[in-house]
Design a protein around this ligand. Structure first.
Ligand SMILES: [Cu+2]
Length: 562
């Protein structure tokens, strides 16, 4: 198990605090790891002091706002030839009508080798069953609430009308026990979406109210695949939808397994997320009482990972993975020694070209579609690189193809050879730096803060639901300037729209990344751009659900048309 790299500047503690106060970015790769004892005393003192600094700043939002306007953001200029789509296809052509019935019940779930606990089932399934649709289908979904709890469903990544979006008291009233709500919307855009509860999320999602929602392209519109660039076709394809999620060891009383739930702040240091970062940010704080909450259960499609059957790659074939991070709080950083991943979609959205990675990082609510590329036949393990997540391990058995190489170089060109697979980062996903940001019509700062001294997380100093909606105009190209002014990751999700990550730490990206959830690392700045093409009131929030419950959400509202 490799150590998580720590990114830290070679500054004295006092200088670092000063850097904080100036809103400066001071992260610098030094190749140190948390196993490096030289770092520890300094880091403790730094974090303690930084906590005080952040707390005092959080108490005075105008000060934060003033600080984060410096240095000035990059001015929009001539683009690299990439621009936000000016007329996205909305609404899509409507095809057949399909009726789906989802009956939600409460029932005891007994995990093999694990605890029994009262959970939620949908149509008898834990977690909820897959919804599979074709882009353009008119879906009419009856959600029947046969539980004792009010609930809603949110169709994550699907561009529904606002009234069908499932946000309680924004889209709709929660569905009371015993009642049915009929959702109706067009299945679009195509890709790996998912659906989940949006009331009392820290309980209802871990306890089973989530499922995959796969929207296929219409027949005859299959998306570009590697072999179509000249290689031979594959004999067989297997697809595995893998929903990864976590439960606390006592799911009934503490579904997210937060370290200190019921006894003070939750999700502070315990929510520290490790993972790769190229453009700044800090790793998990090992040895500081933080890190992965202990004794978490790691589930794959509702089964403990140890009970999950091996995935099989057919002889002469290949395996497509649709990975969904459904955990309320935990990121996953996956590797498969001896194999690599050819990533062609993120959050269900197609990349301009597939990118090979040696590992994959998924913050809560993120999805990755990737081909599993083995260099030989045999048994492989997809496992987490995050210390403490050793229990997360999925076997992959690659059948032997008679006397035939199974390297992808025979199939789709040499650019995806295993040796070229990089470690995961948005930076690598985007192909590195571009030269300029695309033009937009409106720029909205979003400062993510809070959490160190009290269980409150804020956007622009406000905790949901006491927020001032951001007003935008239909048809505008909108840029959200995210600044994570805290010491933990925040996977930020925009409802109702696809956005493009256009810059990280002030550096424009060569190929902006199409997403609906983006992980913003500590002290990181990021711009995300979207076209305002779905009028209504929309939630923008952190998908670390403890942060969300503790206020990290806001509203983006279209102005009424004159
Ligand atoms: Cu967060």
């Amino acid at each position: 198990m490799r150590s998580v790299p720590v990114l830290i500047a070679g500054l004295k503690t006092r200088d670092r605090i000063a850097a904080f106060a100036a809103g400066a970015t001071f992260c610098e790769r030094r190749g140190m790891t948390m196993d490096d004892d030289r770092l520890r005393p300094t880091r403790r003192a730094f974090l303690k002091a930084a906590g005080v600094a952040l707390f005092s700043l959080a108490a005075g939002y105008p000060l934060v706002r003033a600080l984060v306007r410096e240095p000035k953001p990059i001015e929009p200029a001539a683009t690299d030839g990439w621009a936000l789509p000016s007329a996205p296809p909305w609404p899509p052509a409507v095809g057949r009508e399909r009726r789906i019935r989802l009956v939600v019940t409460r029932d005891v779930v007994r995990l093999p080798g694990g605890p029994s606990f009262p959970a939620f089932r949908v149509n008898g399934r834990f977690p909820a069953p897959e919804i599979r649709a074709t882009e353009g289908d008119r879906l009419i979904i009856d959600v029947v609430n046969r539980t004792d709890a009010p609930l809603t469903f949110h169709w994550h990544g699907v561009h529904t009308p606002p009234a069908m979006d499932g946000v309680p008291f924004v889209s709709q009233e929660p569905i009371p026990p015993g009642e049915t709500f009929v959702y109706s919307f067009v299945a679009a855009p195509r890709g790996t979406r998912w659906y989940h509860a949006h009331v009392d999320e820290v309980r209802q999602i871990p306890l089973g109210l989530f499922g995959p929602f796969i929207i296929d392209p219409p027949a005859g519109e299959a998306e570009g695949r590697p072999e179509e660039s000249g290689g031979r076709p594959w004999e067989a394809e297997a697809e595995a939808i893998l929903m990864l999620h976590t439960l606390g060891p006592d799911p009934e009383n503490n579904p997210v397994g937060a370290l200190t739930e019921g006894s003070g702040p939750v999700g502070g240091m315990g929510g520290m997320m490790g993972g790769p970062g190229r453009m700044g940010g800090m790793g998990r704080m090992g040895g500081m009482g933080g890190g992965v909450p202990p004794n978490l259960l790691y589930l794959v499609n509702g089964l403990p990972a140890a009970s999950f059957p091996p995935l099989r790659v057919p002889e002469g074939g290949r395996l497509r993975l649709r990975l969904i991070n459904a955990s309320a709080t935990e990121p996953f950083w996956l590797e498969a020694p001896g194999a690599h991943f050819l990533v062609d979609h993120v959050d269900g959205n197609a990349l301009p070209e597939p990118v090979p990675f040696g590992d994959l990082f998924l913050a809560p609510a993120e999805r990755i579609d990737a081909w599993f590329v083995a260099e030989r036949s045999g048994t492989f393990a997809i496992r987490s690189k995050i210390p403490g997540q050793e229990a997360l391990r999925i076997s992959v058995e690659v059948a032997k193809a008679d006397g035939e190489s199974i390297t992808p170089s025979d199939r789709g060109g040499g650019s995806h050879l295993p040796g070229t697979a990089e470690s995961w980062s948005y930076w690598a996903l985007a192909g590195g730096a571009g030269t300029a940001l695309p033009a937009v019509d409106r720029v909205v700062p979003m400062v993510l803060s809070g959490g160190m001294m009290m269980p409150v997380w804020t956007i622009n100093g406000e905790a949901y639901p006491r927020v001032t909606p951001t007003r935008i105009g239909a048809g505008e190209r909108v840029r959200l300037e995210l600044f994570n002014h805290s010491m933990v990751d925040h996977p930020m999700h925009l409802h109702g729209h696809t956005f493009w990550v256009t810059s990280i730490q002030g550096v424009p990206l060569r190929r902006p990344i199409p997403k609906d959830t983006v992980n913003v690392r500590p002290m990181e700045r990021m711009t995300i751009d979207f076209v305002a093409n779905n009028p209504g009131r929309w939630l923008f929030h952190c998908h670390q659900l403890v942060h969300m419950e503790q206020g990290m959400a806001t509203l983006i509202e279209y102005r009424k048309q004159a």
